[in-house]
Design a protein around this ligand. Structure first.
Ligand code: PLP
Length: 390
């Protein structure tokens, strides 16, 4: 097998069956059979055995997807989950317990914020938030019981960026696990593990699927960290369906080429919109005006497929803009071949208080564009005509 990740994304595949299929097979089965009672007993005797028993535990199609993501992220091993949120929750539940303390970026996906703020305290897990624009503050938040530092970079939807290498240094020094949600960048654009992260997780529902079809999640890292995660998922059940794993594994074959095109379109769009009279700001990691542009350039190979802008007219202009769009889809998903416009304040982050939204930079007029693979001139024309009317 080539060492090149572009090739691995295409060529890692479940062993050929006797049918000699070319495309990867789909093992859509709940359980697996045994030739004898003794073989079955042996399969159950040791949880660490690499044998197929039941698809909540392990399935060859799911394993293929995990193997590919682990290879792309530069990780030893991984686990897959039914959704990105299941990946986030399983990671918290596996590595945090009563009396432990978590430091999280305040700018994280809305449901992650909800788990940290509303659920973890129920189990006696404390947390502190840090502002991604002021990471120097992290040192002062570390306590003797701090076990994990959690960050999303770039963040959803504010596109804040933090230096993963710098965070890793702090974490190593203080014996804290560094967990990075790499959903916006994907491993085609950014590899947190070689930069020092302990675990990387994804909502595979986004760019990894890339066509808005299935939900999925994945966590990858060192074997000694993945094994307890595997046991948590095997026993509590948020496992990835083999069908979804098959779709996601096929999608990875085109991940690199898609991410190049998403980023190419997004940079062109960001450049074209910067300075537009209806907008007070345009944010994209590879625009020189991005506050963390230097960090983005250091740790990302391109700016990714998401940009945001701020309508001068606030909430009313935001609503009007969405209503005037003719081609872009109005939906809360992202990372699709189809360009999407979303209004985080009224959707994904609506459960946060106004003060919490302000804290993470979600202003009333903020629009998030997931830039698709359509011709850039069509994307730009639709956005421009909607801006003219809003
Ligand atoms: C950065 C990030 N992490 C996690 C999630 C949750 O993923 P899922 O919707 O697959 O549960 C999302 C969903 O939008 C996300 O954007």
């Amino acid at each position: 097998m080539s060492k090149r990740r572009e090739t691995k994304a295409i060529r890692i595949q479940t062993e050929k069956t006797a049918q000699k299929e070319h495309s990867t097979p789909l093992f859509l089965t709940s359980s697996f059979t045994y030739d004898s009672a003794e073989e079955m007993a042996a399969a159950f005797a040791d949880d660490s055995l690499d044998v197929n028993i039941y698809s909540r535990f392990k399935n060859p199609t799911v394993d293929e997807f995990i193997e590919k993501i682990a290879a792309l992220e530069g990780a030893e091993d991984g686990v897959a989950t039914g959704t990105g949120m299941a990946a986030v929750f399983a990671t918290f539940m596996t590595f945090l317990g009563k009396g432990d303390h978590l430091i999280s970026a305040s700018a994280v996906f809305g449901s992650t914020h909800t788990i940290v703020t509303k659920y973890l305290p129920k189990w006696g897990i404390e947390h502190s938030y840090f502002n991604m624009n002021d990471p120097a503050n992290i040192g002062s938040l570390i306590r003797p019981n701090t076990k994990m530092l959690y960050v999303e970079t770039p963040s959803n939807p504010g596109l804040d960026i933090v230096d993963i290498e710098e965070l890793a240094k702090i974490c190593k020094k203080n014996n804290i696990l560094l967990v990075v949600d790499n959903c916006f960048a994907t491993p085609a654009v950014q590899q947190p593990i070689p930069l020092g992260a302990d675990l990387v997780l994804h909502s595979a529902t986004k760019f990894i699927d890339g066509q808005g079809r299935v939900l999925g999640g994945v966590v990858v890292g060192r074997k000694d960290l993945v094994y307890p995660l595997y046991l948590f998922i095997r026993n509590t059940g948020p496992s990835l369906s083999p069908f979804n794993a098959w779709v996601l594994s096929k999608s990875l074959e085109t991940l690199f080429i898609r991410m190049d095109k998403h980023a190419d379109n997004a940079l062109k769009l960001a450049n074209a919109l910067e300075g537009h009279p209806k907008l007070s700001a345009v944010k994209y990691p590879f625009l020189t005006s991005h506050p963390q542009y230097t960090i983005a350039k250091k740790q990302m190979s391109n700016g990714g497929g998401i940009l945001t802008f701020e309508l001068k007219g606030g909430i009313e202009s935001g609503r009007k803009f969405l209503n005037e769009l003719k081609m872009l889809s109005v939906t809360n998903n992202l990372g699709d071949s189809r360009s999407i416009a979303a209004h985080p304040a009224s959707t994904t982050h609506s459960k946060l208080s106004e003060a919490e939204r302000q804290e993470v930079g979600i202003t009333p007029g903020l629009i998030r564009i997931s830039v698709g693979l359509e011709h850039i001139d069509d994307i730009l024309a639709d956005i421009k005509q909607a801006l003219d009317k809003s």
